[in-house]
Ligand binder design. Structure first.
Ligand SMILES: Cc1cc2nc3c(=O)[nH]c(=O)nc-3n(C[C@H](O)[C@H](O)[C@H](O)COP(=O)(O)OP(=O)(O)OC[C@H]3O[C@@H](n4cnc5c(N)ncnc54)[C@H](O)[C@@H]3O)c2cc1C
Length: 236
């Protein structure tokens, strides 16, 4: 079920068969408040980005310096639907990434170092996200930071330390979500997708599916009137 650990394939972060999108210009220069920032660089994050970008939200994906996530360690994924003979994990996630970029998601290949998710106000207010000294701001955030696997696949540590004290977590450090959706508990307008919030399934296809759900929850949030609708007019 689980592909073979293949640390030696780490080099495939520079895909050879799929063009790597050029990094976007530093978005903080424009001091823009984004509609949506997605934190993470695995199947959950890129699927959320595909859906959000297609819905014209122009998301910024802060994908981490180790973009690609756990699939970069999977030599062959045999169980992702659509690939009769299986597919290399790095190739699969690189294709998701390229698809997100094709629809207009901006990719920033750096690690988020600090967040402030609870500024208050309608819709939960503006969320502040730092990459070192640089500040990025958004009205909504999807967290898809996954896990760092241990020596055995079941020994996984959720990448959630950044959110401690701001979002509710279970005893393992997995982000808690409202049953039936991806909304986190503790900060309005913040959603979680993939393994960082999943203690049960932890598969590429379920991570991708929950990324889709998170993007659709964001759209429902917008349609629900939590946000100032004028921000859509500003985008032209
Ligand atoms: C060896 C191995 C083999 C596997 N084989 C299979 C398989 O065959 N089939 C299958 O369905 N599943 C498989 N899985 C499981 C599958 O890879 C995961 O369930 C899936 O990748 C989870 O996706 P995700 O997007 O939630 O998180 P991840 O893939 O963990 O990605 C999270 C990303 O977020 C980034 N990130 C973390 N912190 C930050 C930060 N502060 N700022 C910015 N970015 C950050 C990380 O660097 C990473 O790129 C395998 C896993 C492993 C370890």
């Amino acid at each position: 079920m689980i592909g073979v650990l293949a640390q030696s394939r780490r080099w495939e972060r520079e895909p050879t068969t799929i063009a790597r999108p050029e990094p976007s210009p530093d978005p903080s220069q424009a001091e823009e408040i984004r509609q949506l920032i997605i934190i993470g660089g695995g199947p959950a994050a890129y699927t959320a980005a595909i859906y959000a970008a297609r819905a014209d939200l122009h998301p910024l994906v802060i994908e981490g310096s180790l973009w690609g996530g756990q699939l970069m360690q999977s030599a062959t994924v045999e169980n992702y639907p659509g690939f009769v003979d299986g597919i290399d994990g790095p190739e699969l996630v690189a294709a998701m990434r390229a698809q997100a970029a094709r629809f207009g998601a901006d990719l920033l290949t750096e690690d988020v170092t600090q967040v402030e998710l609870q500024s208050g106000g309608p819709g939960g207010g503006i969320k502040r996200i730092w990459v070192g000294e640089r500040l990025y701001q958004a009205r909504m955030v999807i967290i898809a930071t996954g896990t760092t696997p241990g020596s055995a696949p079941e020994e996984r540590s959720p990448n959630s330390q950044l959110f401690a004290g701001q979002l509710q977590m279970d005893w393992q450090g997995r982000l808690t979500t409202v049953p039936g959706c991806t909304m986190t508990i503790g900060a309005q307008g913040v959603y979680a997708a993939g393994d960082v919030a999943d203690s049960t399934y932890q598969q590429a296809v379920t991570a991708a599916a929950s990324g889709c759900m998170a993007a659709m929850d964001v759209l429902r949030h917008i349609e629900g009137g939590f946000l100032d609708r004028d921000i859509f007019a500003e985008r032209g």
